[in-house]
Design a protein around this ligand. Structure first.
Ligand code: NCD
Ligand code: ZN
Length: 335
């Protein structure tokens, strides 16, 4: 039977939440990944060293394996250099949210005033802390990411030594930026490699495919597939797996977020196999991220096999993407 072995897979953008939800989702990510970049958009957001330490401990307590590294982040605010010096060994990135553009981002940045941000961004640049960015304006929903490109350009030019990650890119405009600025990198989700806006809202509304940034047009998905399948050295996998309880998704006022953590590697195998690119999957799910972030996760091997896997209807209170459907790859074992 056809198998695929992935060494030290990494999910460089995941929402693990807290409390009961953390208990449900942390073991799913820690089972199949060696490490993950944990988003800080809790309520209240993670903004102090004590909060980082406390959250990391709660994640480790909720995991079912000890061969998983939660790479921690802070929620962007204008921090002082002395604070960043104190916190730098406990985080690897700071996540910047424009205010109000997605789930729990109300405390984010209201205006991109370079001078106001200079102390923080220069200190991050000097200390090797990566800036991870949710790149959307509050414009028309299909244009939000493309409109944000001018902010990326401004950041990339003013802080040329700062590594900037364009998180969960969804457009050909963002893909283009990768080759234009040396210090811009990107994560790509598995769902944005699969769906367009048509899948979300073209027929009956499918709340479990609704996320920020919203899935875009076929030509955008093609552009994402091109750089993911070729494992462009500046792109890496970040699931943006974002669990919301079923009743808040299947409701009037559905929260944004697609839950993919337990099926991400199986889906990636399907996509890369269908495009004759399985040889590049290792770089996309691990090697590129190790290079970009300069991290060295503990050894773990995930063996996938070409064997049907029926996606459960629910994981705890959460409905995963493609619930009840059959995948052609499954995880055989983790060593
Ligand atoms: C994320 C969440 O639910 O926290 N939602 C989403 O649609 N991706 C936040 C985010 O990453 O935008
Ligand atoms: Zn996210």
């Amino acid at each position: 039977m056809k198998t695929m072995t992935l060494t030290m897979p990494l999910d460089m953008h995941v929402h693990l939440r807290d409390g009961e939800m953390l208990e449900t989702v942390a073991p799913l990510t820690s089972y199949s990944f060696s490490g993950a970049l944990v988003m800080p958009n809790l309520v209240p957001p993670v903004t102090t060293l004590d909060m980082v330490r406390g959250y990391k401990k709660r994640i480790q307590a909720a995991m079912e394996s000890d061969d998983f590294e939660p790479y921690m982040t802070l929620f962007y605010q204008n921090y002082s250099r002395s604070f960043l010096e104190e916190v730098k060994d406990h985080i690897i990135a700071i996540k910047l949210y424009p205010s109000g553009v997605t789930t729990n981002s109300e405390g984010g940045v209201a205006s991109f005033d370079i001078e106001a941000m200079r102390e923080t961004l220069e200190a991050m640049s000097d200390l090797g802390i990566i800036l991870s960015v949710h790149g959307e304006t509050n414009g028309f929903v299909m244009d939000r990411e493309a409109e944000f490109m001018s902010v990326y350009e401004m950041l990339a030019v003013h802080f040329p030594k700062l590594k900037i990650i364009m998180e969960h890119i969804t457009t050909r405009e963002a893909v283009k930026m990768l080759d234009q600025y040396e210090n811009l990198y990107a994560t790509i989700t598995v769902h944005h490699l699969m769906i367009t806006l048509d899948d979300v809202a073209g027929g009956m509304l499918r709340p479990h495919l609704f996320c920020k940034p919203i899935a875009k047009r076929p030509h955008d998905r093609e552009a994402l597939l091109k750089v993911a399948l070729s494992a462009h050295p500046k792109v890496m996998f970040g699931s943006d797996s974002a669990p919301h309880p079923k009743h808040t998704k299947e409701s009037c006022g559905c929260g944004a977020g697609v839950f993919t953590a337990p099926i991400a590697l199986q889906l990636l195998c399907e996509i890369f196999e269908a495009n004759d690119s399985l040889d590049n999957l290792q770089a996309f799910v691990s090697d590129n991220a190790q290079q970009i972030y300069g991290i060295c996760p503990d050894f773990k091997e995930v063996v996938l096999v070409k064997h049907d896997f029926v996606i459960p209807e629910m994981y705890g209170s959460v409905v995963p993407m493609r619930a009840g459907e059959t995948l052609t790859w499954s995880i055989e074992r983790v060593d």
